[in-house]
Design a protein around this ligand. Structure first.
Ligand code: SF4
Length: 329
């Protein structure tokens, strides 16, 4: 398998308890409920969907910050739950993260050179002079001047801080960076600069990204593959060019109509997303989207739709399409 990261049938279920003294388990939240995805070398896989759909839980499992309840995650074809100590250390250096808020993710009491070199010192044994020159190089790579090394985070703008966070993530020469809403806290005017920097770095270093983003314009610009999540499941997966012009799943179509101006090649009518996301504690049966779906049919509340190929590289989980063919009527 050529993928860098492969998730196979991943579930993450959290038990829910009631009562203080005699804690009784009253249910299970199915935060992630059976997803299988592949992140390819040098490519971006994006997860989209409303808050609480399982995107962040998925990324935490990819970062090994959480363990799946069921299923396996493979990194470079090795199952992560069977990593040796050396493999685990190698993994920790190979996978880094950049988070949404550059104000809280950088320690305000550390100088920029200390922030950037912290993972370097943890993961690689380098001399002081080597660390210093690597920090200088990393600052230049992310578009900052080397004299910034001795300053503190509060002396920088949001965009510059995110560049520092990216330099820190790059310091261990990772293969994968999890980007969790990397530009949503930044001024609209500088978002494109940071996205362009991330794209440049991707092609220079053959980086893979797992991108979590609400903004579909960002997702369209950055991704090679997009997975649309709803209540812990992938309901549609496709390259962005196909997804944003020819989305099939009613939920994806509603997300797109709500947030992107109609594409000239979009032939379909708008779908308005009604109601709230149901509680993951008691998700609806059958297709979990059925209480909000304008196309709901009788079988939708009973049969769980499986993710099936709609066309090459494009999969959807909806009873409206059987084996890639829209069901008549
Ligand atoms: Fe709508 Fe049924 Fe398709 Fe679910 S399976 S998205 S309820 S049509």
């Amino acid at each position: 398998d050529e993928s860098l990261v492969r998730l196979e049938g991943i579930r993450k279920h959290f038990p829910v308890y009631r009562g203080n003294l005699l804690r009784r388990m009253t249910g299970t939240v199915k935060a992630v409920d059976g997803i299988s995805i592949k992140i390819m070398p040098g490519q971006t896989y994006s997860l989209v969907g409303e808050s609480g759909c399982g995107k962040t839980t998925t990324s935490r499992m990819v970062l090994m910050a959480d363990r799946p309840t069921e299923g396996s995650i493979y990194f470079d074809n090795r199952p992560m739950n069977r990593f040796s100590g050396a493999e685990r250390r190698n993994f920790k250096a190979s996978v880094q993260a950049v988070f949404q808020d550059p104000w809280s993710s950088l320690n305000p009491r550390m100088r920029v050179d200390q922030i950037i070199s912290e993972p370097l010192v943890t993961h690689r044994s380098l001399s002081r002079a080597e660390v210093r020159s690597q920090v200088q190089e990393l600052l230049q790579v992310v578009g900052l001047h080397p004299f910034h090394a001795e300053r503190y985070p509060h002396e920088f703008s949001g965009g510059q801080r995110q560049r520092i966070a990216i330099a820190r993530a790059l310091s261990t020469r990772p293969k994968l960076i999890v980007l969790d809403e990397p530009v949503s806290a930044l001024d609209v005017s500088i978002r494109a600069q940071i996205l362009n920097l991330l794209k440049e770095l991707q092609s220079t270093y053959n980086l893979s990204y797992l991108l979590i983003a609400h903004n579909l314009a960002t997702v369209r610009y950055m991704s090679h593959t997009v997975g649309v999540m709803y209540l812990g499941k992938i309901v549609e997966e496709s390259p962005p060019a196909e997804l944003f012009t020819n989305a099939q799943h009613p939920y994806t179509r509603a997300l797109i109509s709500a947030s992107l101006p109609a594409h000239p090649r979009q032939r379909r009518e708008e779908i308005v997303l009604a109601g709230e996301v149901p509680s993951p504690l008691n998700p609806p049966g059958g297709c979990t989207f059925h209480p909000r779906c304008p196309f709901v049919m009788e079988r939708c509340s009973v049969d769980i739709p499986l993710l099936k190929a709609y066309s090459s590289g494009h999969m959807t989980a909806c009873h409206l399409y059987e084996d890639g063919v829209p069901v008549a009527g």
